[in-house]
Ligand binder design. Structure first.
Ligand code: GDP
Ligand code: IMO
Ligand code: MG
Length: 430
């Protein structure tokens, strides 16, 4: 039997590119879908047969029969939210009991992590990150500070005492923040009730599990959360999340060696969005931005917050392609731009009077002015098209121009939220 491999699909912008839709679309080609970082800050939407599902921690292969869905060691898990999501997903018809596997090394989001997230944001005033308040930052901080609890610990006879020790130390920090830990008692009750239920699911030594799957010829799809510009190292720091969202995150987030990674697929929207604070050079605070938000239903899948909208940014996109070594591109939501007379794309930044094609280290502090190239738009509704040959010529020209700019083939074009609204380009095989 030939050896298996890992393919990666991840977001190249500020999140919400459409990873859930595409991971679900690609799943029939894989035996396993695995999340490698992030947690319930993610909101991945899948739509099939007119019904929308939102997944936060469960991988997007869960609606396919016999697909193994693994929550990897790099993910942070909130038992309360995960149990709620499991219940919802079972009700929606997925066989979660059989097909969901959870790493024993994934760190736990505790109730006090969520309070710390809120208190830390509160203290930042107008410099708020705009965190989803799911406890992500404090949980990763404890992981790297070597104070965290992991899912494997829930089977320990002294789990409650282990929890208390960490919670007590969090209380000290909360007091420093001036927080009175309102509602903690109720949150803890919910937490331990969820932990009791979670124990019934399948927990694995995930790095061995993945390795065995690869050795037995299985094809694994590693599904990213967030986006490259939210990466803890390379994103618009400090307005980022707390994990490595680029392809490098796969090896440590699943425990697979780089040699097993076969290809990286990068997802981008035909425009840009961002939720929360931080730099966004191509942001449109005008009627065009409003039009994109309305037509694209740009409201957070997790928090319902309106997303900031702007033109496509090729400087940031090329950076993300470079960081993850993207082999194939997948373009989302071009249907949203139908009817625009012109479509603008940032091809460079002007920084202190000089043009640059690089994202500067002090992205947050400098005033970047995007340098735009304008393209004729397409007026037709493309959302019902099912092959590339049906696309209007202006749209086809735009795709070819983008491919030249990015030097990576665009293999799939998504033109609507549903599974079926996905065009695999005839000239390419995705
Ligand atoms: P994710 O976090 O990357 O999985 O993306 P989200 O689910 O947060 O946000 C993407 C949104 O766009 C969801 O509401 C999807 O249903 C929707 N969507 C995905 N692809 C397309 C597309 O090609 N066209 C349109 N109009 N909507 C899409
Ligand atoms: P998916 O997987 C969009 C943003 C938050 C905030 C920053 C830090 O659906 O693409 P955190 O809660 O991680 O501490 O928040 O990152 N953010 C996302 N934005 N999509 C996401 O996930 C996001 N996850 C976090 O809005 O600005
Ligand atoms: Mg999302």
């Amino acid at each position: 039997m030939s050896i298996g491999y890992v393919d990666v699909v991840l977001g190249l912008q500020w999140g919400d590119e459409g990873k859930g839709k595409i991971a679900d679309f690609l799943t029939p080609k894989y035996d396993v879908v695995a999340r490698f970082q992030g947690g319930p800050n993610a909101g991945h939407s899948l739509e099939m047969n007119g019904v929308k599902h939102v997944l936060n921690t469960i991988p997007s292969g869960i609606f396919h029969e016999n697909c193994i869905n693994l929550i990897g060691n790099g993910v942070v898990i909130d038992p309360v939210r995960l149990m709620d999501e499991i219940d919802r997903t079972i009700t929606a018809g997925a066989d979660v009991r059989s097909n969901l596997y959870i790493s024993r090394k994934a760190n736990l989001i505790l109730p006090t992590h969520k309070l710390l997230d809120a208190a830390s944001e509160e203290q930042k005033g107008d410099q708020k990150i705009g965190s989803t308040l799911r406890g992500i930052g404090p949980t990763y901080r404890d992981k790297y500070g070597r104070n965290g609890l992991r899912t494997g610990d829930i089977f320990h006879p002294n789990f409650k005492a282990m929890y208390q020790k960490v919670a007590d130390s969090h209380m000290k920090h909360l007091r420093q923040f001036g927080s009175d830990a309102d509602g903690l008692e109720h949150m803890e009750q919910e937490f331990f009730a969820a932990v009791d239920r979670l124990r019934e699911f399948k927990f694995v030594e995930s790095e061995y599990f993945v390795h065995e799957l690869i050795k037995s010829g299985k094809r694994i799809l590693a599904e990213g959360a967030q986006g490259s510009m939210l990466d803890i190292d390379f994103g618009s720091y400090p307005f980022v999340t707390s994990s490595n969202t680029i392809s490098g995150g796969v090896t440590v987030g699943l425990g697979v060696a780089p040699k097993y990674i076969r290809k990286v697929m990068g997802i981008f929207k035909a425009y840009c969005t961002r939720v929360g604070g931080g730099p966004f050079p191509t942001e449109l605070n005008d009627p065009i931005g409003e039009q994109l938000r309305k037509a694209g239903h740009e409201y957070g899948a997790t928090t319902g917050r309106p997303r900031r909208c702007g033109w496509l940014d090729l400087v940031a996109l090329n950076y993300a392609v470079m960081l993850s070594g993207v082999d194939e591109l997948i373009m989302m939501k071009s249907d949203v731009m139908s009817g625009m007379e012109e479509v603008c794309v940032a091809t460079a930044y002007r920084l202190n009077g000089t043009e640059t094609n690089q994202v500067p280290h002090n992205y947050v502090d400098v005033d970047l002015e995007p340098v735009y190239t304008s393209h004729p738009g397409w007026s037709e509704d493309i959302s019902q098209h099912r092959s590339e040959s049906q696309f209007p010529e202006t749209f086809r020209n735009y795709i070819s121009w983008l491919e030249e700019q990015l030097d990576v083939p665009i293999k799939v074009i998504s033109i609507g939220p549903d599974r079926v609204q996905t065009v695999v380009r005839e000239t390419q095989s995705a």
